[in-house]
Ligand binder design. Structure first.
Ligand SMILES: [Zn+2]
Length: 44
């Protein structure tokens, strides 16, 4: 069964992160410090 990768983008600074499944609840943007709520999934 293939791993499902998702890309999330910080709406504040544009930082993108790729994770398997959901972004962790405590994820914080390493560039601008925005919390998870500022990240939106990028549909490829
Ligand atoms: Zn950011």
């Amino acid at each position: 069964m293939p791993e499902e990768k998702k890309v999330y983008r910080c709406e504040i600074c544009g930082y993108e992160v790729e994770v398997e499944g959901e972004l962790p609840e405590d994820f914080v943007c390493p560039l601008c410090g925005a919390d998870r709520e500022s990240f939106k999934e990028v549909k490829k």
